[in-house]
Design a binder for this molecule. Structure first.
Ligand code: MF3
Ligand code: CO
Ligand code: CO
Length: 265
């Protein structure tokens, strides 16, 4: 499909719209982190997302999106992404990715974090650390006009150095007025991502999914959403929304209380 690249280069006013969306989404994540501990069910996390967003008169972007019926995704242990909140109760030793997306005055903010529930085993901790470091390494490497593949190059380097694998079937994405738009942001470079460029004014996510074992995935045929590792081993993910500026990347979804680049889990 032919893309009008110039439309994706936001004006200063439009950038401020994205900043507000990212800031609200990060506030929501900071609110949630106080509750994410052993004994809470993923359904209760979803209810917190819905209530907080509604209270602030914004909209959970996933609600009704392509038939999805929840306000966030909660992906526990071997679930890679798109875990549907439900009866499952978090227990000591779990890792859980909570992915929230808000619509604020028509603009989208999208981010996720993997949380360690109490004391977590070595592999859960290291795969979470790897996903976090891979995301920040990729963001730090961004420069205006750089190829999209800079992201994949850095994610793959971080994962392979630690003996972990990178998911290919699910990717980052442009976002703005729409939740998912051009360009695709693969976390493993491909031919297209080596040609496409990240220009000033473009907004997109960086959201690597890192598996402890095989990179291969398995879609749950019962709900058609839940994506698991094919070998049942652990998977972790972090996500930020990024604005590319004339002078480099700006993270729009930085939490006040969340882990910062360099954090050790
Ligand atoms: N928030 C996810 C992303 O990072 C998308 C979730 S779509 C849903 O792109 F429908 F599964 F919620
Ligand atoms: Co996303
Ligand atoms: Co997301």
């Amino acid at each position: 499909m032919l893309q009008n690249i110039r439309k994706l280069q936001l004006t200063d006013v439009q950038r401020d719209g994205m900043r507000l969306a990212g800031r609200f989404n990060a506030q929501l994540m900071d609110y949630l982190r106080n509750y994410i501990r052993p004994g809470i069910s993923t359904e209760e996390i979803d209810q917190l997302v819905f209530d907080y967003t509604q209270h602030h008169k914004h909209i959970p972007a996933t609600l009704g999106y392509l038939g999805y019926t929840k306000s966030c995704c909660t992906s526990v242990n071997e679930i890679i992404c798109h875990g549907i909140p439900g009866e499952y109760t978090l227990k000591e030793g779990d890792i859980v990715n909570v992915d929230v997306t808000s619509i604020v005055d028509g603009w989208h903010g999208d981010q996720s974090e993997t949380f360690l529930i109490g004391h977590v085993g070595e592999e859960g901790r290291t795969v979470t650390q790897c996903a976090f470091d891979a995301m920040h390494r990729a963001i730090a490497a961004l420069q205006p006009g750089c190829p999209v593949s800079v992201i994949g190059d850095n994610v793959v380097a971080e994962a392979t150095a630690r003996g972990f694998s990178v998911v290919r079937e699910y990717v980052g994405h442009g976002l703005g007025r729409r939740f998912h738009q051009y360009p695709n942001i693969p976390h493993v470079p491909d031919r297209k991502s080596r040609q496409e460029r990240l220009l000033p004014g473009m907004c997109f996510t960086v959201e690597p999914m890192i598996n402890a074992g095989t990179r291969f995935t398995k879609l749950d045929t019962k709900d058609n959403w839940t994506v698991r590792t094919r070998d049942g081993r652990l998977s972790a993910q972090f996500e930020h929304t990024i604005l590319m500026r004339e002078d480099g990347p700006e993270i729009l979804t930085q939490c006040i209380n969340g882990p910062k680049r360099g954090h050790k889990f």
